[in-house]
Structures are given as C-alpha cells and as structure tokens.
Design a protein around this ligand. Structure first.
Ligand SMILES: *[C@@H]1O[C@H](CO)[C@@H](O)[C@H](O)[C@H]1NC(C)=O
Ligand SMILES: *[C@@H]1O[C@H](CO)[C@@H](O)[C@H](O)[C@H]1NC(C)=O
Length: 817
C-alpha cells in the first residue's frame, strides 16, 4: 500500500488542474445566436461554481458531483434560460434557489437523488417549457399544485412510484404537451384509466422492472399517437408486453410505436412485430436492442394486408444473423409487405431476395456487413425506389451496377463508405431509372467514369481516388450535380462531358491552377465550389482569377476558402488579394514593351544625334571631364619651370581674323587672363621662324594649331620637321590642341606630312562647330584645357590686340584653292 500513497496527491492535483482548465476554458459563446453558453459538464465539480458571468444564458453543469443547491447559487444569473443539472447527486435544494431566474425555460434535474422538493420552489420558474425531473427518488412529485402554473410547459419528465388519475388530470389541464416522459421503473401502484387523461403528442414510459399490472399498457395505447416504451427486459417471459400489444386494435390511438433499450429474444421480437401487423400502428421503430436466447428461430409473418408502413430496427447487439438452414430467418423480413424497412447497425452479413414481388419502396441497410452477393439476380424488387447500403462491405462496382439492373423503379442508391473499386473493361448494367447515386468514400479511381448510370442527375463521388475524368467517359447528359470533393484532381473536370451540369464541387483536391480549357468548359455551371485546394499563385492562376470575375454563377466559399499555398512568400494569402499583372505574365506583352522601349530609345538617340549632334556634345563633355581630372592630378612642381604662356597659337594668315576676334577673346573670358603666345606678335625678330616656334612651344603649356587648308599649305611644314625631331609630342601629345577650323580634304595633305596624317587619323582634333549653340561648350572646353597655374616669374608681355568680343565668330571664307 505504501507505494500508492504518493499517487494520491498527484492525482488530486491533476484533477484540480483539470477542473481548473475546464472552469477557465469551457466558457464559450455560440457564434450563431445571442446565447452565452457556459459548459462545466463532466468536470468533477462538487458545488456550483462561484462568479459565473451574469450574462450567461445557458449553463451546463451535468455529470458532476453536486449534492446541494444553495439559495445563492444562481442569484446573479438573471438571464439564464437553460440550466442542465442532470447526472449529479443532488438530494435537495433550497426553496428559493431559482428566485432570480424568472427567464428560465429549460430545467433539467433528471438523474439525481431528489426525493422531495418544496413545491413553492417551482413558483419562481413559471415560464418553463422544458422540465425534466425524471430518474429521481420522488414518491409522488405530481401532487404539487404549483404544476398548474406551468402554462407554457411542452416537455415534462417525471418519475414516480404512484400514478393517480387526479394528479395527472391537473397536468392535463395545462394543455397539449409535446412529450410527457414518465419514469415508472419503481412503480408501486397504478390507478387504471390514469394515463388516458393526458393530453400529449408523445408519451414515453420507462417500463416498470416487473410489470405485473398490464392495465398501464392498455391505457398507454389510448393516450397519444406516438408511444415510446423503453427499458424493457424480457429475460424469461415477455407475456406482460406481448399480450397487451397483441390487443392493440385498429381503433387504438397509437400510430407510431417506439420500443427502445430492450433486451429480448428473437422469438419475442418476432411475436411483437407480428402483434402490431394488424393494428393502428403504422410505424414501428425498435432501437438499442440486445438480443438473447436461442437461434435459429423462424416465424413467417403474414403481412399481406398489414397496416404497418415502416419497420425500423437500429443498433442491435446480436450474433444471430448467421444461419445456414432453409428457409433463412431473414426471409421473414424480406417478405414483409411494408413500404419501408430499415435494418441499421444490426450486424447483418446477408439479406435475402424477397421470394415474391415485394412492395418495398425504401430499404435502408446501412452499417451492416453486406457483401457483393446482395440482390444478385433478384427480380422481386420492382417498386424499390430508394436503396441505402452505406457502410457495408461492398467491393465491386460492376456487381453493384448489375444488382440495380433489375430494379425497375430505383431512383436513389447510396453505397457510400464501402470498399468499392472499378477496373476498366468490367461490364456495368445500371438501372436506367437511377437518378441519384452516392458513391462517396470508396476506393474508386478515374476509371469509374466508364461505369456510371447514363441518366444520373446527382452524382456524389467525393472522397475517392480520382485524379482526372477518364477519357472513356459515358456521356452523362442529364447530370446536374457532381461532387468530386476530396479527390486527387489536378485540374477542373472538362464540363463539356456534362451538358446539364449546374452544380460542381471540387474542393479539397490538388488543383494548383485550373487550365484555361477546363475553365472555359465550366463557364456555364451555376454553382462551383473549389475552395481548400493548394493553389499556386503564379501566372497560370490568372486564368482562374479572371474567369471568376467574368462568370455569372456562384463560387461557393469565396473568398475565405481560396488561399495560396505556393509560392512560399504568398502562402496563406487569399486569392482575392493576389494581383498578377498582364505585363509580368504575358510574354507577348512583355516582349512588346521591351522591344518598344528599346525602339523608342534608339529613335531618341537617333533624333538627338541628327538634330542636336549628341556625339559631339558627348565628346566635348568627355574632353572637359578628362581635362579637369588631369588638372586636378597635375602637381604644379611637375610643370616646366620656364613656362611663360598658357598657350601658343599657330594659324594661317587667312584665319587671323577668326583667331583674333573669336578664339582669343573667348579664351580670355574665363577667370584670370591666360597668357598667350602668338607667332605673329611674340616672335622675337631676328630669330628664324623655326627658332621662334620652338621657343614659343617650349614656353607654352599647350600648343593650339588652327587647322585649315591654308594652314596646311602655308604653315605646317615648319612643324612637321619639328615634330619629327622632338619626341615631346609623340610621347605626350596632351600638350597639343588641334582645332579644325575648316574641313581638310585628304588630298590636300601632302604625303610627306606623316605626323599630321597620324594626328588626323587619330581624330584628336577639335572641330570648330558651325552651330552657334555649340560654341559655348567648345570655348569652355578649350579654356579648361589651357587652365593651369603658371610658375611664378616675371612676365613681360603687352597686350597688342584690340579684342572685339561682340563680333560674329564665323571663320573667314577660306579659299581652298
Ligand atoms: C443535459 O445533459 C445531459 C448529459 O450531458 C444530456 O443528455 C441532456 O440532453 C442535457 N439536457 C438538456 C436539456 O440539454
Ligand atoms: C419511406 O422512406 C422514404 C425515403 O426515406 C420516405 O420518403 C417515405 O416517406 C417513407 N414512407 C413511409 C410510409 O414512411
């Protein structure tokens, strides 16, 4: 025992935590209406929690350990409409516990230990519509005169040991009930004729453990149209049930008889069914049946003119549908002459073809163990319209189809949740009357489209393994509704196969971006739902987005279920927020735009070149920047110490006026006056021209030659020789500036002038621009290139020229001859 000791606190801590979690987590608000719901069901509470939110309208405290209700427990909950206290241990409650709960409509106190309540406690909740006091220990709750206040009561559940006519009469005066439930498990006395006084649509009686007095059943048959008898145990004998049942006449009141939670043998079950075949009962529902006793047992029902329309047996625990003899006991059911037969969840492994043409309209054999052998070659179901075989063990679709082949009226077949498969080439013979077919939750592949009933209007194929619409598809001209949700489709189906399609469901597939072709074909489908697919939000998806905008019909779930999955940076983004521009997606448009831009650019350049001589400006600007850079980089110390001039200008006499009127004034325009050596003016008399030239060149930072045909003819020869001998210009032709004043035709340059030819070939000259607009830049450039800080030394120069700046800078006409 020692080893268990520590587990105790641990488990109680766990329970505390658990309770705590529930107390704080189970407060939730229903989104659909204005109710504020608080749930504490099954949370180990032993008293009503304090501090419940005053706005609570629905409070569920069921399945706890509450034993006592205090007067203060619900005082703050003035808005409370529903209170569920069932399955607790409540023994008693204070008379004023519901004093402040006048709004209460539903009160469930069933399954407690109440043995006595103060009748006055009921006066506060007169508005009750639903009151369940059943499964308690009351002896006779119905004596309270306060019951007569419940004018709105529709559901009343009480358990009692004594039933007296007088007390039921009081209740009957309240009007017609929907349901009255009487828990009579511990019935000790029943006054005959009591039940008949009740006014209720449905009477539900939990059966006395030992029914000695059959009067109660006779009375129950004449009380309401719907009668439910539950908790019946006939372990040995069942006469007290069967006998009164067999006496239900055509004139009794009950048309729907429900038998629930019963334990009985096959024999009594069959006797019970037999008993009601010719009575007022039209619907017999038996559920939660535990079968005991021997089997096989065979009884032939004589049901040819039965009043029974429908028999339903649901949820039976038994091993008895196994049989090898003949006739098979199930023959009794398949030969029943009733419209509807429901045998759900009763462990059946086979069902027999009726031995003669049956009147079945609807057969529901859901949740059994039926296999493909069902109804093969069965021609006796000519009226069957609805056949429901969901959740069985059917495997071959082709066999299911041949099964329907002989059912001439079949309109609806439901075979969902089986293991159906279909292989190509298998023969299918569907009933031509079949309009609605549910094949969902099977193992069908795309091949299924080769095996479908041609007139089907509503087809459910959701939750299968279909990845496309098979090309061998049977043309389904009448198909109006197609459900392909939860499959493996990567594209929308081609709707052109289905001319009448109005509703298409393809949610939860593998659609990335539906193709243009399929989208076009589905344009006229009225309603499409395609949400919850892994959409790829790239250019391909533009088809879908545009298509959605154009179409007239509904897209179900838009926009909330249409979310991008790829690319990663868009994962989780709604499709409606995605903008895929025409330009980024359409190659042709993109190409056009790029080409257009390039063309416009080229045109622009051409225009600039033609009209504004752009290359010239570029060249000049380039020169300018180069010169600037050079100046910046020149260390004044590197300059020749005996530099005297900024520039030496050499020109032909014919161009003298341009030099004097244009060149020189413009060179001097800048800051500081550049010192200029002109060979006319500054040549020292007595020296040879060559000597003078050399002197000038060497004392000048730059040498400017004004080239023109005249200059070539009359002056250049001085220099050609000089250049040939001085490497100065060869090494560093920077100090040389050639201004081309007039075009010089090649033939004018004598072949002996190698240096000139070389210089001209290199195009290192500056051309004098004809357009006035270019002059400013030209001059600026020139000024820049001679701009240098000359070494400090005395300059002995005079200004000789009269400078006339205003004059027009057209070069003199040069006579080339
Ligand atoms: C109260 O709770 C019990 C158990 O959870 C449930 O079966 C019953 O239907 C509830 N009653 C009402 C009126 O909701
Ligand atoms: C039989 O079942 C069908 C389908 O569930 C239903 O429409 C029809 O009303 C039922 N007939 C009777 C007599 O209950």
């Amino acid at each position: 025992m020692k080893s268990q000791e520590p587990s105790l606190p641990v488990s109680s801590v766990f329970i505390l935590l658990y309770t705590f979690m529930f107390v704080f987590c189970n407060i939730s608000k229903l989104p659909t209406n204005n109710d504020f719901v608080v749930k504490y069901s099954n949370t180990f509470l032993d008293s009503v929690p304090k501090n419940l939110p005053p706005k609570t309208t629905m409070l569920d405290l069921s399945e706890n350990n509450i034993a006592l209700l205090l007067s203060s427990d619900f005082t703050s909950l003035t808005k409370l409409k529903l209170l569920n206290l069932s399955y607790n241990h409540i023994r008693e409650f204070d008379a004023s516990v519901f004093r402040f709960n006048a709004e209460l409509e539903h009160l469930d106190l069933s399954h407690n230990n109440l043995w006595n309540i103060t009748c006055s406690s009921l006066q506060y909740v007169k508005g009750l519509r639903y009151l369940d006091l059943s499964s308690n220990k009351f002896e006779n709750i119905l004596h309270c005169k306060e019951f007569s206040h419940f004018l709105h009561l529709q559901y009343l559940g009480v358990s009692t040991t004594r039933v007296q006519r007088s007390s039921l009469k009081e209740i009957a005066q309240l009007g017609t009930f929907h349901v009255i439930f009487l828990g009579l498990q511990n019935l000790s006395s029943y006054e005959p004729g009591s039940l008949e006084v009740l006014n209720t649509n449905k009477l539900h009686i939990a059966f006395p453990v030992s029914l000695e007095d059959p009067f109660i059943l006779y009375d129950a048959m004449n009380t309401s149209r719907t009668l439910e008898l539950s908790q019946i145990k006939c372990e040995k004998a069942c006469h007290n049930l069967i006998e009164p049942l067999s006496k239900i006449s055509k004139n009794s009141k009950v048309s729907t008889l429900i038998i629930s939670n019963i334990t009985m043998s096959w024999k009594y079950l069959h006797q019970m069914i037999n008993a009601v075949l010719y009575s007022s009962v039209e619907y017999l529902n038996i559920y939660h049946l535990t079968q005991i006793g021997e089997f096989p047992y065979f009884i032939q029902f004589n049901s040819s003119n039965t009043s029974l329309k429908a028999l339903s047996i649901q949820h039976a625990i038994s091993k008895v549908f196994y049989h090898t003899g003949n006739p098979h006991p199930l023959q009794t059911y398949s030969d029943l002459m009733i419209e509807n037969l429901t045998l759900v969840d009763i462990g059946m492994i086979h069902f027999i073809c009726p031995s003669k043409p049956s009147v079945f309209h609807c057969l529901n054999l859901t949740r059994n163990k039926l296999t493909d052998t069902l109804f093969q070659n069965c021609n006796t179901l000519p009226h069957l319209e609805t056949l429901i075989l969901g959740s069985n063990r059917l495997e071959k679709l082709s066999l299911v189809s041949t099964m329907t082949g002989s059912m001439k009226s079949l309109r609806y077949l439901d075979v969902n949740n089986n293991k159906l498969q279909y292989e190509n080439e298998e023969d299918c013979h569907w009933s031509e009357t079949l309009l609605k077919l549910d094949l969902s939750a099977n193992q069908l592949s795309s091949a299924v489209f080769g095996c479908l009933p041609i007139n089907v209007r509503i087809l459910d194929l959701h939750n299968n393994q279909i990845y496309n619409i098979h090309k061998n598809i049977v043309a389904l001209k009448s198909l109006e509704e197609l459900n392909l949700a939860s499959n493996w489709l990567t594209d929308l189906p081609d709707c052109s196969h289905f001319k009448s399609l109005a509703v298409l469901k393809v949610e939860v597939n593998l659609l990335h971006s539906p193709s243009f072709h399929s989208l076009q074909s589905c344009q006229n489908v009225r309603t499409i739902s395609a949400g919850n697919n892994p959409f790829h939000c790239d250019c391909e998806l533009r088809n879908f987005i545009n298509w959605r905008k154009r179409r007239a019909g509904d897209i179900l779930g838009w926009p909330e279920s249409y979310i991008c999955q790829y690319p990663e940076h868009l994962t989780g983004t709604a499709l409606k927020d995605i903008h895929l521009s025409e330009v980024s997606c359409n190659i042709a448009v993109l190409f056009g735009i790029v080409l257009g831009t390039i063309a416009a650019f080229i045109l622009c350049i051409l225009f600039l070149c033609l009209y504004f001589d752009l290359p010239w400006y570029i060249k000049m600007t380039w020169n300018w920047t180069q010169t600037k850079r050079r100046i910046r980089n020149t260390n004044p110390k590197d300059l020749h110490q005996n530099l005297t001039y900024h520039a030496f200008i050499s020109y032909s006499q014919h161009d003298a006026s341009w030099v004097k009127n244009c060149l020189i004034p413009n060179l001097k325009k800048g800051d500081g006056s550049p010192q200029i050596c002109q060979h006319e003016r500054d040549f020292v008399p007595g020296r040879s021209i060559i000597e003078n030239i050399i002197n000038c060149i060497e004392k000048s930072y730059k040498s400017i030659f004004v080239l023109s045909p005249n200059f070539i003819q009359s002056e250049w020869f001085h220099y050609e020789l000089y250049f040939a001998h001085h490497r100065l210009f060869t090494k560093n032709s920077d100090s040389l500036i050639l201004i081309l004043l007039k075009t010089i035709p090649q033939y004018l340059i004598p072949s002996k002038y190698y240096k000139l030819k070389a210089l001209m070939a290199k195009r290192t000259y500056l051309e004098w621009p004809k357009e006035k607009s270019k002059h400013r830049l030209f001059w600026a450039n020139l000024r820049q290139s001679i701009n240098v800080q000359l070494p400090e030394h005395k300059m002995n120069l005079e200004k000789v020229f009269n400078i006339s700046q205003g004059r027009d800078c057209e070069p003199d006409t040069v006579n080339l001859n």
